[in-house]
Write a protein that binds this ligand. Structure first.
Ligand SMILES: [Zn+2]
Length: 282
């Protein structure tokens, strides 16, 4: 498998030949940074864990060179940070028993560049090899440019695939901004009640970011709990953890569907719900 960046890597935790490792993939998550997958796509990781007929593959597009650093890592060069972050992502792939982990090694600049085609071509290469049924990426209302940049590249890559290779569903998941604001009918909810300690372990391997001053591990597990408890205002909690996603499948099913109005419609439905409640109660 050939990628554009000379530093791109493929890591197969169980050492299977690359083609076989990819072809067993059923679920794939494509993220901007090392650790985003474990924050946003715990649902499919758990769904595939220890299953013979379901396999999870991770793809990280950025190189990690610009990562914030502090504590033990304070004086690390960009190159050393890249090495640390690649190593952490591979540790997560081992802990989560991924089918494969791809690290595409792009600077954030390339991801945020709407005219960059190389990122899209690399994603097409991965998607053709993996032929996943389900694709997970960032949601289009995320507040990090690089995250939204990746989501747009993923949509472009999926739209360019022949129909018979396209996935059944594509989900935009939570990292920098949760999706609690969406109306319930728009929410895709992943039940994260199972394997809580495995979820914590997957988040915990990213020491360079946590020691860098951000408790993503605690915040992410807390968000899952909060999502579960605040999802239903009546009745007891039916799950111990939830994460939400925006269904991006309509953008792939109809390649001519415009992206901005599609996101705006989600915001409009939220605005309508808030306004209607106020009208009813005043
Ligand atoms: Zn990120």
């Amino acid at each position: 498998m050939k990628f554009h960046q000379p530093g791109a890597e493929i890591f197969i935790p169980d050492g299977l030949a690359v083609e076989l490792a990819f072809s067993r993939t059923t679920h794939i998550a494509i993220s901007a940074h090392q650790d985003d997958i474990e924050i946003m796509a715990a649902g499919p990781i758990i769904e595939c864990f220890q299953q013979d007929d379901r396999w999870f593959t991770g793809v990280v597009v950025s190189d990690g060179r610009g990562s914030p650093r502090d504590d033990l890592y304070k004086n690390y060069s960009d190159e050393e940070m890249r090495t640390v972050r690649f190593k952490e992502q591979k540790k997560a792939a081992i802990v989560g028993e991924y089918a494969a982990q791809v690290l595409l090694d792009y600077p954030s600049k390339a991801i945020k560049d709407g005219s960059n085609r190389e990122t899209i071509e690399d994603l097409v290469t991965v998607l053709k090899a993996a032929r996943p049924k389900y694709v997970y990426t960032h949601n289009l209302a995320d507040k990090h440019d690089t995250h939204v940049g990746v989501a747009l590249k993923v949509i472009a890559a999926l739209r360019s695939l022949p129909k018979d290779v396209q996935p059944k569903a594509v989900y935009g998941c939570e990292v920098w901004r949760n999706l609690d604001w969406m109306i319930d009918a728009d929410k895709i909810a992943f039940d994260l009640s199972a394997h809580e300690s495995l979820q914590a372990a997957l988040l915990g391997v990213f020491d360079s970011q946590i020691a860098g001053g951000k408790r993503y591990d605690l915040a992410t597990m807390g968000r899952r709990k909060a999502n579960a408890t605040y999802f239903e205002s009546h009745g007891v909690d039916t799950t111990q953890g939830l994460s939400f996603a925006m269904d991006l499948t309509p953008l792939i099913a109809d390649p001519n569907k415009e992206i901005r109005p599609f996101v705006q419609e989600h915001i409009d439905r939220f605005a309508k719900e808030v306004t209607e409640r106020l009208m009813r109660l005043t």
